[in-house]
Design a protein around this ligand. Structure first.
Ligand SMILES: Cc1cc2nc3c(=O)[nH]c(=O)nc-3n(C[C@H](O)[C@H](O)[C@H](O)COP(=O)(O)OP(=O)(O)OC[C@H]3O[C@@H](n4cnc5c(N)ncnc54)[C@H](O)[C@@H]3O)c2cc1C
Length: 380
């Protein structure tokens, strides 16, 4: 196993980092403060192939690997974890269309998704079912060649624009995971509406809303896969989503560490620069080491997903848990190293801490990641 990136991978990471430095980082604090969703910048990223990173080339995507995607999401997240994370969700949705759609569905939906003319959302969580996602109760009742949808999805990232695109897990059959199907609900569908943009601790540069279905009529032709395949499709999307969110945490953690290093070079206490105190150097060394460990392991998990290895789901769950815990801890440690200034918005570290906190909760909480890992350890 080689632990080096090849020249193409280095070029991909550099391209994403340059984009992040130029188009994302300078505006991240303002987007957070004003709760602005920078769709124009997302479209510019799409212009560089970042809306369909691992969508196949023959279907308009970039045809890159999960490891390449991890490099890109980490680089983008150094500018803003929240913007990078939304792009990750969009990539996950586009991949689901590529992987599970038929030719007609790909031809219809992928071109606008690749340009981000249309933004996509992943709708699994409901008010009454989060971690226990297979207990969802949004109902899709078949009437001839349409499904009639009733129910509510909760916490849906990016939701709220009339012309967007929603991948919705809904119950078409029995209780439990086998009675769930995956439907595409297009913006503008009658009976589709949205809750208010939630007020949140972080992730303010993207909206989070309830998505409500009241007799929404969705063509049967909008179903991905067969009836009853929805839960399997939803979970397979999340393997990659978890890698991406882990990579976003690494990018945020790295940016916070870099900010702390820059600050400590200038700040003096007791007649010395902060970075001359050995106790603080040891803290910095631990932060850098923990990030590197998490990054190396995340790349290993990404390689396992690329190789379709049988233990890929378990490795992705491990990587999500480790990378999101590490990114948050490193960012929080960085905040401490800036003293009182770390707590001020203008220094940019507290925003990273606020953004990274939710990565331990979404795409499956870190308790659920442990549950997935433990399943393979403990006989039932
Ligand atoms: C900002 C934001 C954006 C989100 N975006 C999306 C999105 O785009 N699409 C989407 O579908 N969802 C989204 N979510 C939802 C997210 O995935 C859920 O919040 C998450 O899965 C947890 O579900 P819950 O909030 O209902 O918590 P619960 O499932 O009620 O869990 C509460 C607590 O109990 C713990 N717990 C539950 N079951 C167990 C168990 N068996 N063993 C041990 N501990 C357990 C959990 O880990 C957690 O700590 C988003 C959430 C947030 C906050």
């Amino acid at each position: 196993m080689l632990f080096t990136l090849d020249p193409e991978q280095i070029a991909i990471a550099d391209m994403a980092r340059e984009f992040s430095d130029a188009r994302i980082a300078p505006h991240a604090l303002e987007w957070d403060e004003k709760r602005r969703f920078p769709v124009d910048v997302l479209r510019a990223a799409a212009g560089l192939g970042m809306a369909g990173i691992y969508t196949r080339e023959e279907h308009g995507g970039s045809g890159l690997s999960r490891l390449d995607a991890a490099l890109i999401f980490e680089a983008l997240a150094t500018g803003c974890p929240c913007v990078s994370a939304y792009l990750s969700i969009h990539n996950m949705c586009a991949w689901m269309i590529d992987a599970y759609g038929d030719d007609a569905q790909r031809a219809k939906w992928l071109p606008p998704l690749m340009r981000m003319d249309v933004l996509s959302s992943y709708c699994l969580t409901e008010p009454g079912s989060g971690s226990d996602a297979a207990a969802l109760s949004t109902r899709a009742r078949r009437e001839g060649d349409v499904y009639v949808l009733d129910g509510q999805k909760q916490f849906i990232s990016g939701a709220g624009n009339a012309d967007d695109f929603y991948i919705v897990m809904a119950r078409t059959g029995e209780a439990g995971s086998r009675g769930i199907s995956c439907l595409v609900v297009e913006g503008g569908t009658k009976g589709l509406s949205f809750g208010a943009n939630e007020r949140k601790m972080g992730w303010n540069a993207q909206p989070t809303r309830a998505v409500i279905f009241a007799g929404a009529r969705v063509p049967v032709a909008n179903r991905l896969g067969a009836e009853g395949d929805g839960f399997r499709i939803a979970m397979s999307g999340l393997d990659g989503g978890r890698l991406n969110i882990g990579a976003c945490s690494l990018g945020g953690g790295q940016a916070a560490l870099d900010k702390a290093l820059a600050y400590m070079r200038d700040r003096k206490a007791f007649g010395k620069r902060l970075d001359e105190f050995q106790a603080l150097q040891f803290r910095l060394a631990d932060m850098a080491t923990e990030l590197e460990c998490a990054r190396t392991f995340l790349w290993r998990a990404a390689a396992s997903l690329d190789a379709k290895a049988p233990d890929a789901t378990r490795l992705c769950a491990m990587a999500k848990r480790v990378a999101t815990d590490t990114g948050f801890k490193v960012a929080n440690d960085a905040l401490q190293l800036l003293g009182g200034y770390g707590y001020l918005a203008d220094y940019g570290v507290e925003k990273i801490v606020r953004d990274l906190r939710v990565h331990q909760i979404l795409e499956g909480t870190n308790e659920i990641m442990r549950l997935i890992v433990a399943r393979g350890l403990v006989e039932r």
